[in-house]
Design a protein around this ligand. Structure first.
Ligand SMILES: [Zn+2]
Length: 236
């Protein structure tokens, strides 16, 4: 098994839904499992984009910071980059891009997309860090900032999760963005059109890591929560 075929996931988005937002892995530990990824900090402290082994955080003020080794996260995806070029695109809409990517691969496996180019009418968000006791994901995510750019050059980093794994992951695309000049980024909500190069990396293995030493997680009763319904509301 090649290490570039493994997607490493710490926590799950489902675990954030009722407000299990403790940071349960450090960035130093996370970077042992890859050099490319996305995630969020403790208490939903901004949006993370890891590129070439450098972990960037877009905070709720829109600032792009490099986070220290001891920065902790309740949720993150990471892998060792080995992208293969898929195609070049010109003025493609987000819906058409997703269609084109999906038709070029299988939707029953996890994969990552790296899209470097120029994006227009792009909208991102970053959540403001909340303190304990944590509220639900939906409540916490209400304290978010929305950022917009008419035109920006940068990288969209995406993970695709198959429908089969809805719950352990959120089925579909999860997109984060970082501008080349590091003045803009976040969890990507939408873009109007984009031109550039789209690359793909398919995974045959999902390594799911859980925060077994976290009391709140270990003792939490997930029955009686509409976890999937709430995820789809929060992440759309
Ligand atoms: Zn996100």
């Amino acid at each position: 098994m090649s290490k570039t075929s493994i997607l490493y996931q710490h926590g799950t988005l489902a675990l954030l839904v009722p407000g299990l937002l403790d940071g349960t892995i450090t960035m130093k530990e996370m970077l042992q499992h890859g050099d490319t990824g996305i995630g969020t900090g403790e208490g939903l402290d901004g949006e993370l984009v890891i590129l070439n082994g450098t972990p960037y955080q877009i905070d709720s003020h829109g600032s792009v910071n490099i986070v220290p080794d001891d920065f902790t996260m309740p949720f993150a995806n990471i892998h060792f980059a080995n992208y293969q070029k898929l195609f070049d695109v010109k003025d493609i809409s987000q819906a058409d891009l997703e269609k084109k990517v999906v038709s070029a691969t299988s939707t029953n496996t996890f994969f990552s997309i790296e899209f470097s180019g120029t994006f227009t009418n792009i909208k991102t968000r970053a959540v403001k860090k909340s303190q304990k006791p944590y509220d639900t994901l939906a409540k916490t995510a209400e304290c978010q900032s929305i950022f917009q750019r008419e035109t920006v050059a940068g990288t969209m980093l995406s993970y695709y999760s198959p429908q089969l794994f809805d719950g352990a992951a959120v089925a579909g695309f999860h997109n984060h963005f970082l501008a080349d000049d590091h003045t803009f980024g976040g969890h990507l909500l939408e873009f109007g059109s984009a031109s550039g190069t789209v690359s793909i990396q398919q995974f045959d293995t999902l390594e799911q890591h859980l925060p077994v030493n976290n009391q709140e997680f270990s003792n939490f009763d997930f029955s009686g929560h509409d976890i999937l319904g709430d995820i789809h509301k929060a992440e759309s």
